[in-house]
Design a protein around this ligand. Structure first.
Ligand code: ADP
Ligand code: MG
Length: 698
């Protein structure tokens, strides 16, 4: 096996050279033959036909024509400079245009030569033209391409003449160098056979140059399979490591837990809460590290489960911590946990980025000497400066903002890693859970506390605003509280800020300022001010809370019965679901009003309809995943945890299931991957593990 061919620097490929090599490296990180091999086309053009220019019609997207090139002229100057040429055949003529790389094309093209031309058709002033077509001299030995792969490129590459067509040519040149033996199979033969996968080499060839649809399908399936298999193996291996990981043994249920249960629990636990506590009790009692995901829709009562699990840790002589994604949520946890435990003589401390140096030093000292039993905080808790005397349990709330890598940092907080309980309010579709949390055991709270009424959700357009406000005033008159939420999207923060302020002024008019009490929170306030305003609403001193999405997660005000979402068309599904979950927490009928502009896009309409039609978080999450894709949904696109070149965990869920099964089977048969037929895959894992966070967990 000569790996060296694939590892050859890209400039050694025929047609590349040092200059283009450098460009490819800079623009697309293509540095070696292998990188080019793995720069897959994203579609194919059918170039088997040559269309007569006179036969072109508006239904055609891409056309291939052939004829004589004339009138090569440059127009405009500077930015507006462009190159124009006319191509004609015996049935008509058409204009060709270049805006980028005009200079380079001018040098390349020759007037009065015959060219074969391919590109996307557009219409200008009633005439067809083709901008940035692919052109090639047309003579006796020009072969018609058939299916031509289409590659992603960058404008800089195109300006330097490295077009889509160049990629196809380079890849062709590549396959003159790279032979079957250079692309060794990495999947074991029994897997290839069981799942009907073609060889790695064939897949690579066919994905670039499929001679039939069937070959293209085979190639895609094989390459997606490989991607997902590698990631599932990494996850399965992590899970195996977890199960083998020794952990602290919580031997008993002691006074903290029992006293709380008997004397301080403000309500009866639901069956689901009891079941989950039992699972946690079991997990933590056997001397192995717990890694458990607690899934439960908004309002299902995860906090109390976390609190009781922490008491269990305390009963066994350990400390516990709970980590939240935002300052406000950490504060709220701190208040509610302190309140729940107030008569129990347990020291609870809040540690966030906002804590000033002096109190911070005190808190750090209390955590280090063990006098503080429970720490509540944000990311600040995983910083290296935070040392615990004896951390036994770490709870992570609203998990999707923490990555696998951050979770791993918690492990280092004690001689043996603490038990980890991850809680997520956004129900995660199964396929995504398999990818993101495949290393965790899963508990589900599938039951809401008793007495909850289904939240009534309606869509109202701006024209009906007066009626909406009237309705909200009535609710407040009956003693309820109301949220009014405005979008705040980072890129246009300034504009959103202005619209929030304008909205606030309006609200003050709709709700007579002298009669109703209005509070406002947003991300530009200083933490202290934001907290005071939030507190006014939490304590019932304010009737209406005008807010941006800073209140999205976790905030708990059971007396609030109306959630009005302004410009709802700008919110994503799971965000709206989270927001809606802020109401319906008490015994009263609650309402969610989605206020939108009078005209909204089809996609926004669809999202709003989904919200109106169901309050089931799982259904909403499935729809969200299908509409948006996993990267957007969980903000994991940059984290590298779900970067697949070809696979899509929504549409390829069947392959995902196969690879998960295959990964589990492989690891149970050969846990260390020491058998000879598993060396290829082992090599792949090492390579991938280094690139992702997973490599850091060992
Ligand atoms: P989430 O799962 O969204 O974090 P919380 O833990 O904030 O939900 O709980 C939502 C609300 O339900 C809180 O007001 C909490 O006190 C209340 N709650 C939780 N469990 C029960 C229960 N078993 N019976 C009644 N109310 C409950
Ligand atoms: Mg919560």
């Amino acid at each position: 096996m000569s790996l060296s061919t694939l590892e050859s620097p890209i400039e050694f490929l025929k047609g590349v050279g040092p200059q283009r090599g450098e460009l490819l490296r800079q623009e697309l990180e293509i540095a070696t033959f292998e990188d080019l091999l793995c720069h897959y086309p994203y579609r194919y053009f059918d170039r088997s036909q040559i269309t007569k220019i006179g036969a072109i019609n508006a239904s055609m997207e891409y056309v291939q024509i052939a004829g004589l090139l004339v009138n090569l002229t440059e127009e405009g100057a500077g930015f507006k400079k462009r190159l124009i040429a006319t191509l004609y055949d015996d049935t008509g003529r058409i204009e060709l245009l270049w805006f980028q790389g005009a200079q380079w094309m001018k040098k390349t093209l020759k007037e009065n030569e015959r060219y074969i031309v391919f590109g996307k058709l557009s219409v200008f002033n009633g005439y067809y033209n083709i901008a940035h077509p692919e052109v090639e001299l047309w003579n006796a030995d020009t072969s018609i391409a058939g299916r031509q792969p289409v590659y992603s490129s960058t404008s800089k590459l195109i300006a330097k003449g490295i077009t889509n067509r160049s990629f196809a040519k380079l890849t062709q040149a590549l396959f003159e160098k790279v032979k079957q033996g250079d692309v060794p199979e990495i999947l074991p033969p029994d897997i290839l056979q069981q799942y009907g996968l073609c060889s790695r080499f064939a897949a690579m060839r066919w994905i670039h140059f499929p001679d039939t649809d069937e070959h293209e399908q085979l190639a895609r399936r094989r390459l997606k399979w490989e991607e997902l298999f590698v990631s599932q193996l990494l996850i399965a291996r992590l899970r195996l490591q977890h199960t083998a990981q020794r952990g602290w043994k919580f031997e008993k249920v002691g006074d903290h837990f029992n006293d709380f249960f008997k004397l301080h629990l403000p309500f009866a636990l639901t069956g689901a809460q009891k079941r989950v506590l039992k699972e946690i009790r079991q997990d933590t009692g056997i001397g192995k590290q717990m890694n458990r995901l607690l899934q439960g829709d908004v309002g299902s009562g995860k906090t109390i489960v976390a609190v009781m699990a922490m008491l269990l840790a305390l009963d066994n002589g350990f400390q516990a911590c709970i980590m939240a994604p935002t300052e406000i949520l950490a504060q709220q946890h701190y208040f509610s946990i302190s309140k729940l435990l107030e008569d129990m003589g347990i020291k609870v401390r809040l540690l966030t980025g906002a804590v000033k140096a002096k109190p911070r030093r005190e808190i750090l000292a209390e955590l280090a000497d063990g006098s503080a039993a429970i720490a509540v905080g944000t990311h600040a808790l995983i910083e290296d400066s935070v040392q615990f005397k004896n951390l036994g349990l770490a709870v992570i709330d609203e998990q999707h903002r923490f990555g696998v890598g951050q979770r791993a940092r918690l492990w280092k907080k004690n001689e043996m890693p603490p038990h980890v309980l991850v809680m997520t309010a956004t129900p995660i579709p199964r396929t995504l859970a398999m990818t993101l949390y495949g290393d965790l055991e899963v508990s589900v709270i599938d039951e809401l506390p008793p007495g909850r009424k289904e939240i009534k959700t309606v869509h109202r357009k701006d024209a009906l605003r007066a009626g909406v406000m009237e309705f909200m005033r009535k609710q407040v008159d009956e003693g309820r509280q109301a949220y009014i939420v405005y979008p705040l999207i980072e890129e246009s923060e300034k504009m959103d800020y202005e619209s929030l302020m304008a909205g606030y002024e309006q609200v003050k008019i709709w709700f007579n300022e002298n009669k109703y009490r209005i509070a406002m929170v947003h991300g530009r306030q200083e933490a202290g001010e934001r907290e005071r305003n939030m507190q006014r609403f939490v304590s019932g001193e304010a009737d209406v809370l005008v807010a941006t999405t800073v209140i999205e997660v976790g905030v708990n005000v059971p007396n609030a019965s109306v959630m009005l979402i302004e410009s709802a068309e700008r919110f994503g599904l799971s965000q709206m679901h989270q927001l809606r979950g802020r109401v319906g927490r008490g015994a009263d009928q609650s309402y969610c009003i989605l206020l939108t502009g009078n005209k909204i896009s089809d996609e926004s309409t669809k999202r709003i309809q989904i919200m109106v039609s169901t309050t089931d978080g799982f259904k909403i999450a499935e729809q969200d995943l299908a509409m948006r894709g996993p990267g957007d949904m969980y903000g994991t696109r940059q984290s590298g945890e779900m970067k697949f070149k070809l696979a899509d965990i929504v549409t390829d869920s069947a392959i995902l299931e196969e690879t998960r099964n295959a990964a589990l089977a492989l690891l149970s048969a050969d846990p260390k991957l020491s058998q000879p037929q598993h060396q290829g895959i082992k090599y792949m894992l090492q390579k991938q593990g280094k690139q992702s966070h997973w490599g850091k967990i060992s």
